[in-house]
Design a protein around this ligand. Structure first.
Ligand code: GDD
Length: 410
């Protein structure tokens, strides 16, 4: 049997996701109409002999209760949220719940970062891993040399695919091959994590024995024994020891740290629906439906006027109302938003319960990597008639009654 673990992190990690993380934990923010983590869970379903899926994080339990129970019923695979009492790091969190994870004695454990977007070729990774042997196989991808330093950079043997060298976010360029944050391990991983903790305890005890009290507290503070990072503490030291192997994906992969990237990733998942779930895409057939351009998701409860023109890369959530003559391009419209006649939304995310007036425009230049490259309206923002909002971040509950540009409206 195989189990999958998805590391969802917690509220402190979501600060770059403001103001969207105010009322939804980032893992449940919708991309292409489905919660971020849903794309991981659907991919896990394709793993043969998958027994269970665990989400590990330090968000409040209640934030995940509803989603976890509905997805378990829908997919007929038990999905469970496990809450850490405090952050233990990406490997420490896994280790903290080792007894629960090992309950059914799985032969393999998939480990997925929640904040990545990819096609998750998990069955292929499992096959490759069985061929390589060793303790684990990680998904890797080639990126541009300029962007590689935001990730773990690595060197792999071109023939055996063994991981030879691994450095987390190095200051000087090492390699354009990077860690995708998607792994498969044998249960040996727990011994490796245990080893890191034991080492730290020994070091702390040694310092204690030599009674250098000041130094000891410094060491304890910077390396608590139960905080273990997968990358620095496990991957780096185990590289080149015939324990870890790499599987390179040629498909899409992105990391989702900012709202701008969520718009880009929404487009990638919508494009993937063309292949895997075309029934989720709006068709625009029939005289009573709006004109649809490219890949668009519309929640069944949304009401879209037949004279609206929508797409490409648009996701419309539950209970949204879109008026006559509205134009939507590259945007995410969250639950209960109202968009009145002839409004235009472009390269923007419109927060829950917001309202856009007649002939208003909410827009941006669409540079996903720059801070104000997309416009974001927080929850319950009102944009009045004919007002133009360009390249702005607007915090919840604001009323915008005059045009604004390149501003963070607090
Ligand atoms: N449950 C839990 N507890 N999850 C955590 C914790 C923790 O204490 N710390 C981090 N995570 C989760 C995050 O939510 C994220 O999904 C994943 O673990 C990795 O987060 P970080 O450790 O902050 O690393 P990163 O995202 O900056 O970089 C990692 O992922 C990149 C791929 O996206 C590294 O492994 C990079 O090498 C890699 O390229």
């Amino acid at each position: 049997e195989v189990v999958a673990v998805i590391m969802v992190g917690g509220p402190t990690k979501g600060t770059r996701f403001r103001p969207l993380s105010f009322n939804t934990p980032k893992p449940l923010f919708p991309l292409a109409g489905q919660p971020m983590v849903h794309h991981h869970i659907s991919a896990c379903r394709r793993i043969p002999n998958l027994a269970r899926i665990f989400l590990i994080g330090f968000y409040e339990e209640r934030e995940f209760t509803l989603y976890v129970s509905s997805i378990s019923n829908e997919l007929k695979v038990p999905v469970r949220y496990l809450k850490e009492d405090k952050p233990h790091g990406s490997a420490g969190g896994l280790y903290y719940f080792r007894d629960i994870i090992m309950e059914d004695s799985p032969s393999h454990i998939f480990l997925l970062n929640c904040d990545v977007c990819c096609s998750f070729p998990l069955p292929d990774m499992l096959q490759a891993h069985k061929k390589y042997g060793g303790m684990g196989t990680m998904l890797v991808i080639k990126v541009s040399a300029e962007s590689a330093n935001q990730f773990g950079e690595l060197v792999a043997d071109p023939t055996t695919k063994e991981l030879l060298h691994y450095i987390e976010k190095p200051e000087t360029f090492v390699s354009d091959l990077i860690n995708c944050g998607v792994y498969i391990f044998t249960p040996e991983i727990f011994t490796a994590i245990q080893g890191v903790s034991t080492n730290r305890e020994d070091r702390a005890n040694l310092l204690h024995l030599s009674s250098i009290d000041g130094l000891q507290s410094v060491t304890r503070a910077s390396f608590p024994t139960d905080f273990v990072r997968l990358d620095q503490d496990i991957l780096s030291p185990l590289a080149g020891k015939k324990q870890l192997y790499t599987y390179e994906t040629m498909d899409f992969w992105e990391q989702i740290k900012t709202p701008g990237m969520s718009l880009k990733c929404s487009a990638l998942y919508l494009a993937q629906y063309q292949l895997n779930s075309p029934q989720l895409l709006a068709s625009g057939d029939g005289t009573k439906s709006a004109s649809i351009i490219g890949d668009v998701y519309v929640h069944p409860s949304a009401k879209v006027h037949p004279t609206a023109k929508i797409g490409p890369n648009v996701s419309i959530s539950a209970n949204v109302r879109v008026g006559a003559g509205v134009r939507l391009i590259s945007c995410i419209i969250l639950d209960d938003v109202e968009i009145q006649e002839n409004a235009v939304v472009m390269h923007s995310i419109i927060g829950w319960k917001s309202s856009l007036g007649r002939w208003s425009r909410v827009q941006a230049d669409g540079d996903y990597n720059s801070k104000l490259g997309i416009t974001i309206l927080g929850e319950a923002v009102t944009v009045e008639d004919e007002v133009v909002v360009t390249n702005c971040i607007v915090l919840p509950n604001k009323i915008i009654n005059g045009s604004v540009q390149e501003e963070i409206i607090l």
